[in-house]
Design a protein around this ligand. Structure first.
Ligand SMILES: [Zn+2]
Length: 619
C-alpha cells in the first residue's frame, strides 16, 4: 500500500470508531454559521443553524449554550473572581514585593472596560424546528426551556440570530492586543451549545478557565473587509477566491467585487471553532507529509520572521516522532496563528502571543483536540498530559539526553510545601488559588504520567499512551477511562494510584531505614514514611561497580512491572502490603561490598523527601 492508501484506511477506521461508540453514547452537533463582521465597530451579526443529535437515553426539556463574550463586562463572574484573587497574596517575589494570585492579564481590567470595549453576545431569536423558543441569559450561559422535549435518539434543528461585540482583549479572545497588535483573536466567539453527557448538562459559567464541547462538524462563512487575512480551525473551501497564500499552486485568484470577502471554512469532527484576522498577517505554509499542510500566520510586531520559520521547520521535524509516540494527527491542516494573549489550543490551530509555546499548544491537538476530556473536571488530563508530551518532544528536538521532567517534579514539591495544594480532582473553576490550580494541572499532571512509567515500566506506559489514543480519540475520556486502558495494557491494577494521587493530596516518602549483615548476607530495611504507598525500586551498587535492582511491587497492583533495564540483575519480591510500614530486602553480597543503597535512582517516584532515599557507605 502506498502512503495515500494507508491514510485513507486510517480515516475509515476513525469514522467506524466514532459511530460505534462501544463505551458511552455521545451527543453530536452540526453547525452552519454565516458571520458578517464590521471592522469599524468591531461588531458582527451571526446566523447559526445547529443540528443536534440527542444520542442519550434521556428526554431533554432544556438546552444550554455558552455565551463567553458576556464575561467581559464589569461585574461579571470573571471580573469578580479575578479581583478576589487579587486580594490573595501567596508569596513574595525576589525583591520582597507581594505577589497576588490574580492573572496578570485580567487583573481588574474588566471593571474598567468602556461600553465600546466590552464584549457581548446578544440572542435576537432562537427557534427549534421552526418554533420560537423562550430563553434566559444568565451572563455567560443561555438557558433555553424548550416548548417540546427532545426525545432520546432524535434530532432537532435550532436556528439562531445573534449579534456580538468583540471585547478589547482581556483574556484569550478579543481585539487589538497592545503587544501583538493582532486585530481579532476570535475564540469563544459564537453561542456554543453546552455538552450533555452521562453526568448531565455542563453549563459551566465562564470565569476564565477550562472548556468542554460537543463533537461535530462546522461550516463557517465569515464575511469581512477584503483586506483582512484569516486563519483558523477549518479548511478554506474557496481558496482561489481568497488568495493570500491559500490558493492552489499556480491558480489565478479571482476575487468577487465589493469591499468584503466571504471566507468559507469547514471543519469535520471537532469540538470548537476558532479564527483570527488581521490585515497585516504574513502567511507561510508547507505540506509536511501526505494529507497534512501546516500554516503559520504572524505579524512582526513582537516577533521576527525567523521565529516563525523555525516553528514551521521544527514542527515538520518533530512530526514523525510525535505521531509514533502519541498517535497519528488525523486532520489535513494545522495552523500556528499569532494572536491571543499567551498560548491557547483550539482544534487544528493555536493562538500564540509569540512563538514560545508553539510545541505545548500543538501537543494539545492530542490532549484536548482529539481526547476531548471535560477540562473543567480533569484539567490535568489536558494540561498535564500536554506538558508531559511537549517536554518529551522538546528533548527529542534538542537531542537532549537529560531527563525532561525535573522542573515539573520540583514545581509539584513546591506546591505541596506551600500548604496550598488541593486534590487534582478539584473542578478547575473552584481551586482556591490560580497558583494551586496551575501547578496541579500542569506539573502534577506531568508527574502523574511520568510516575506511571515508574509503576508500569516506561515501555508499557508508552503502549498505554497509544492504546488511549486508539480507544478514546474523538470522544470524552475521563480519569477512569484512562486508568482502565492503563490497567488493561499493563495487567496491573491502578485504581489505588488514582485514589491517592488524583483524589487526595497524600504524599510519597520512602526512606532507607537501616542495614546490617546476617550470615554473610546483607539486609536492607526500608520504611514508608509518607501516607501514599508505591512500589519500590531499590538499587544496590557494589565496590566492583556492579549493581543489583531489588524490586518490591505494591500488593494493590496484583502484578509487577517488567524489567526496564536488562543489563542490571533484578530480584523481584513478594508484594509490600500497603498497611505495613517496613519491608526488608536481602542481598547475597557482604555489607562491606556495598557502596550505595538508593531508592529509585531514576527519580521518577515523586518522593517528597529524597534525603533519606540514598545512603552512601564509606569503608
Ligand atoms: Zn496548555
Amino acid at each position: 500500500m502506498n502512503l495515500k492508501t494507508v491514510f485513507a484506511a486510517f480515516i475509515l477506521t476513525i469514522s467506524i470508531t466514532v459511530s460505534a461508540q462501544p463505551d458511552r453514547w455521545q451527543q453530536r452537533v452540526k453547525y452552519a454559521m454565516d458571520i458578517d463582521m464590521n471592522v469599524q465597530t468591531n461588531r458582527f451579526t451571526g446566523k447559526q443553524k445547529l443540528e443536534y443529535w440527542n444520542n442519550s437515553p434521556d428526554t431533554l426539556k432544556k438546552v444550554f449554550y455558552h455565551l463567553y463574550f458576556n464575561a467581559f463586562q464589569p461585574g461579571s463572574m470573571m471580573d469578580t473572581r479575578s479581583r478576589r484573587q487579587g486580594s490573595i497574596v501567596f508569596r513574595k517575589d525576589r525583591n520582597g514585593n507581594d505577589v497576588s494570585d490574580w492573572d496578570e492579564r485580567v487583573r481588574d481590567r474588566i471593571v474598567n472596560l468602556k461600553p465600546e470595549e466590552i464584549g457581548y453576545q446578544k440572542i435576537i431569536s432562537l427557534k427549534m424546528n421552526g418554533r420560537a423558543q423562550t430563553f434566559k441569559v444568565l451572563e455567560t450561559i443561555l438557558e433555553v426551556k424548550l416548548d417540546k422535549p427532545i426525545l432520546p435518539k432524535s434530532k432537532v434543528v435550532f436556528d439562531m440570530d445573534f449579534e456580538a461585540q468583540v471585547p478589547i482583549q482581556v483574556r484569550r479572545s478579543g481585539r487589538d492586543n497592545p503587544v501583538t497588535k493582532v486585530r481579532y483573536s476570535m475564540s469563544q466567539w459564537y453561542p456554543k451549545l453546552c455538552e450533555y453527557d452521562y453526568e448531565g448538562w455542563h453549563p459551566t459559567p465562564y470565569v476564565g478557565r477550562e472548556f468542554y464541547g460537543v463533537w461535530g462538524d462546522f461550516s463557517v462563512n465569515i464575511t469581512i473587509d477584503k483586506n483582512y487575512i484569516l486563519g483558523g480551525t477549518g479548511y478554506l473551501q474557496n481558496a482561489n477566491q481568497i488568495g493570500y497564500g491559500y490558493e492552489a499552486e499556480g491558480a489565478k485568484v479571482v476575487r468577487p467585487a465589493g469591499d468584503k470577502l466571504t471566507w468559507k471554512f469547514v471543519a469535520p469532527n471537532v469540538h470548537d471553532f476558532m479564527w483570527a484576522a488581521d490585515p497585516e498577517y504574513k502567511h507561510i505554509s508547507k505540506k509536511v507529509r501526505d494529507s497534512l499542510t501546516i500554516h503559520v500566520l504572524y505579524k512582526t510586531s513582537n516577533t521576527t520572521d525567523a521565529d516563525w520559520q523555525a516553528v514551521l521547520a521544527n514542527a515538520e521535524r518533530a512530526l514523525p516522532f510525535i505521531e509514533k509516540t502519541f498517535g497519528p494527527y488525523p486532520y489535513k491542516q494545522y495552523s500556528f496563528i499569532h494572536g491571543g494573549d499567551g498560548g491557547m489550543e483550539y482544534p487544528m490551530a493555536t493562538l500564540l502571543f509569540n512563538q514560545g509555546a508553539w510545541l505545548h499548544e500543538w501537543m494539545h491537538s492530542w490532549y484536548y483536540g482529539l481526547m476531548g476530556t471535560n477540562e473543567s473536571l480533569y484539567p490535568w488530563m489536558d494540561e498535564g498530559f500536554t506538558d508531559y508530551a511537549s517536554a518529551r518532544v522538546r528533548a527529542f528536538l534538542e537531542n537532549n539526553p537529560a531527563w525532561p521532567y525535573a522542573g515539573s517534579y520540583g514545581a509539584y514539591f513546591n506546591l505541596v510545601k506551600s500548604g496550598k495544594e488541593e486534590p487534582l480532582s478539584t473542578h478547575a473553576d473552584h481551586y482556591n488559588t490560580n497558583f494551586a490550580y496551575g501547578t496541579a494541572a500542569y506539573s502534577k499532571g506531568t508527574v502523574f504520567m511520568e510516575q506511571l512509567g515508574y509503576i508500569t515500566g516506561a515501555p508499557v506506559r508508552d503502549r498505554i499512551l497509544l492504546e488511549y489514543y486508539r480507544q478514546w480519540r474523538f470522544k470524552h475520556p475521563n480519569v477512569n477511562d484512562f486508568i482502565r486502558v492503563a490497567e488493561k495494557v499493563s495487567d496491573i491494577k491502578l485504581d489505588w494510584y488514582k485514589e491517592y494521587f488524583v483524589n487526595s493530596t497524600k504524599t510519597i516518602d520512602y526512606g532507607v531505614d537501616s542495614l546490617w549483615e546476617e550470615g554473610g548476607k546483607t539486609k536492607v530495611r526500608l520504611r514508608r514514611i509518607g501516607l501514599m504507598p508505591m512500589p519500590i525500586d531499590l538499587q544496590l551498587t557494589f565496590k566492583d561497580g556492579s549493581k543489583e535492582l531489588h524490586y518490591i511491587p505494591l500488593n494493590l497492583m496484583y502484578g509487577e512491572k517488567p524489567a526496564e533495564d536488562p543489563s542490571i540483575t533484578r530480584k523481584v519480591y513478594e508484594a509490600w502490603k500497603w498497611t505495613s510500614d517496613y519491608y526488608v530486602v536481602e542481598s547475597d553480597r557482604k555489607l562491606t561490598d556495598i557502596t550505595t543503597v538508593e531508592i529509585d535512582p531514576s527519580q521518577r517516584l515523586a518522593d517528597l523527601d529524597r534525603r533519606n532515599n540514598k545512603l552512601e557507605l564509606k569503608w
